[in-house]
Design a protein around this ligand. Sequence first.
Ligand SMILES: *Cc1c(COP(=O)(O)O)cnc(C)c1O
Length: 470
Amino acid sequence: MIYTDTRDSSIKADFKTAVMGGMNQKTGGLYIPVEFPKLDKSLLNKDPAPSFRDVAFNMAKPYVEGEIPDGDLAAIIQDAYPFQPKIVPLDSVSYVMELFHGPTCAFKDFGARFMARVMSYFNRNEDTPLHILVATSGDTGSAVGSAFHGVSGLDVTILYPDGKISPLQEKQLSTFTGNVRALKVKGTFDDCQKLVKTAFTDTELRGKLRLSSANSINIARLLPQSFYYMYTALTVKNRCKIDNKILDPAIIMVVPSGNFGNLTSGLIAREMGAPIEGFTAATNTNKTIPDWIASGEYNARPSVETYANAMDVGAPSNYERIKAMYSLEEVRHLFASYWQDNDGIIKAIQECKDKTGYTIDPHGAIGFAAWENIKNGGMEALVNGQKNDPNKPGLTPSIPDWANKVINKEAVGVILETASPAKFGKIVTDATGHEPPMPARLEEVMRLPDRAIPMENDYNQFKDWLLANL
Ligand SMILES: *Cc1c(COP(=O)(O)O)cnc(C)c1O
């Protein structure tokens, strides 16, 4: 596969360059495949639907063609995914796609574990390790740390702001041994990011250590997230015959979004033939994308803190990829969008529990609220001319092509549950009165000793530490 650049379409790179580089340093653009080949009809039409790993292998294949042979790709998929998405029906036209059955209990495991194994593969003939530096405000660090832990040829240093992440998140970051370690920096997340960025531009350091990054803009994190959209869409399409007698359901993926990597992966799955009719972008108060869809103007802004904190992003980096793939008009045809504030998040967690018995986390809760609104008259009201105020929580005043399918009861919603409710125990308990059960792997990590290394917010100290310890 040839990869190009969101800022310069004359750029041509192979998969290895795109993965190992992360982004194009020269243009500042993001890598994107030049095409999204359709999945074979034999898989798209299979009933019962193909297994998750079959889908994953066949979707990944064209993107690594000529660079990773089939046998090695199959081994990467096998090793990356000892878990899979779980599809849970909420009511006759709503499903939850649970994406938290991986080691860190959030969807980022899907992308990070594939990326780690691909990087290890591309590093296999080098005699020195590749050093991954990651700054994290919480969730990304644990997914990356866990994904790279024990993977050969790779070495990970995670920087996080001391005292500014939750105790559970801290345990998930700081208890690794071996090739993964964490530095707790006396500073903010931005300070951590600055230390990492300075390291990347330090030619003296780069002369001594092979450095790379692992953030969410990497194409090797984005592509594998498309696997679960395809798998779920194919599975739900077949199930609908039994669950609700809708023979040709219009499947709407409802995606709690921050950086919009997850949603971009959904667009890739749709391009590859997944039976997905449209999307709902669900955000918290950081409503940069809903505002763009409503007004046509894109205004990145500083992020604000919310209960759905993994989505506290004011300048979503994958906007650039979405814009490279579609015009604003195309996005409006395909997307509904919705946002909710903290009060709305609490209400949604409560309402989900009361109506369906399902315990949902604060991120998935915004998706739940969005789909409830859409299917229970919110979309019909827009079609009938209601003018929603984009500055108030709720559905953005923009009507996607699939609006009538919802009104005619031909649509089903799939809400992506991006994290286990146990990761946000206090908020969920406050909302529902019940403490969500703690998965064994989270309980285990809480018992491990903390190994984080204290670090001043000082580049020279950081650099000396790297040179002395890596
Ligand atoms: C990262 C994250 C999100 C946001 O995903 P994007 O790809 O950045 O849009 C949503 N929910 C949870 C729990 C996350 O960790």
